[in-house]
Design a protein around this ligand. Structure first.
Ligand SMILES: Nc1ncnc2c1ncn2[C@@H]1O[C@H](COP(=O)(O)OP(=O)(O)OP(=O)(O)O)[C@@H](O)[C@H]1O
Ligand SMILES: [Mg+2]
Length: 287
């Protein structure tokens, strides 16, 4: 079997807090001995309740913070050997939980130009990449408008486009649709599906809502800083007991399936969490 793209080995992270004027430091372990792999061109989800350590892990995976112990290897190269850190940021891109904090420029073109210049790209190469991305991801109407005039959903689409501009081997997205309505969530999902289909990048999609991870192939579960499982997405998302054990929100379609079972002992054959799947399942059982 081919070597994994990313190997996370016994990763540990403790934060340090000053607790009094004598400079006493209190250590708090946030990530405990986490190990997992991500393969080349794999779409992986990371799910866990609020405060389980998802954002902290995303910062470790993108070398924004350094682990207290353990190792991360990208294509067999230890993260400690990516020095300075921007060398790693060309290979692993992060879309932040709060996208507005990731923009330095006022609009997409200035922001992406600044960031690609920092990676040593020539202006001609940058212009080419912007042209290509704009066409591929249908962003023409957005790229010149100031970020402050754009909706959260539009900013999210641009933040994702910026993150893939360097053609990273791994794209990490921390709760990209948490603040969005269902229409914008659909647009972001469509964009991610397109990126996964057309690019060779692997994707790690992070959320506290299981339903937002339907696009993924496998799911890692995080609880109180500990990795508690590694499942195929469909197996996990359709299993209410597993969701409950992991203190996750039960999607509405699953709650309805379970309620129908409780009342009638008839198991609706859901194939995914969509309303269409629920309607089909009801038709199958009734017809
Ligand atoms: N710099 C820090 N110093 C101290 N504690 C921190 C720090 N950053 C995070 N924490 C704590 O670590 C735990 C994990 O936080 P983190 O933000 O990684 O969780 P999360 O799973 O992303 O949560 P959410 O779903 O709310 O985004 C929380 O208890 C949080 O209070
Ligand atoms: Mg978070």
């Amino acid at each position: 079997m081919a070597n994994p793209l990313l190997e996370v080995k016994q990763l540990q992270y403790s934060s340090e807090e000053l607790i009094d004027l004598n400079l006493t430091v209190k250590k708090k372990e946030i990530i405990h001995q986490v190990s997992f792999t991500i393969n080349h061109h794999e779409f992986v989800g990371l799910v866990g309740p609020n405060g389980s350590g998802k954002t902290t892990l995303s910062k470790l995976l993108t070398k924004i913070i350094e682990p207290s112990n353990g190792h991360i290897l990208l294509d067999g190269v230890d993260y400690v050997d990516f020095r300075p850190s921007w060398k790693l940021h060309q290979e692993v891109s992060l879309v932040f939980q709060q996208v507005s904090s990731q923009f330095i420029g006022t609009d997409f073109i200035t922001d992406l130009t600044l960031s690609l210049k920092n990676f040593g790209w020539s202006i001609a190469k940058i212009e080419n990449r912007i042209k290509q991305l704009t066409k591929q991801l249908h962003l023409k109407s957005l790229i010149k408008r100031p970020f402050r005039e754009l909706s959260g959903g539009q900013q999210q689409l641009l933040a994702i486009a910026e993150a893939i501009a360097v053609k990273p081997k791994l794209l990490v997205l921390d709760e990209p649709t948490a603040q969005l309505d269902s229409e914008n969530t659909f647009l972001v999902d469509q964009l991610l599906a397109k990126i996964f289909k057309e690019e060779s990048t692997s994707i790690l999609l992070i959320s506290h809502k299981p339903i937002e991870l339907s696009l993924t192939q496998k799911l890692l579960t995080l609880n109180q800083g500990t990795l508690t499982g590694n499942y195929s997405t469909n197996e996990f998302l359709l299993d209410s007991n597993l969701l409950k054990e992991n203190q996750l929100i039960i999607p509405a379609t699953l709650a309805i399936r379970d309620y129908v079972y409780k009342l009638t002992k008839v198991q609706l054959p859901l194939v995914d969490l969509s309303i269409n799947s629920l309607i089909k399942a009801i038709e199958t059982v009734l017809c």
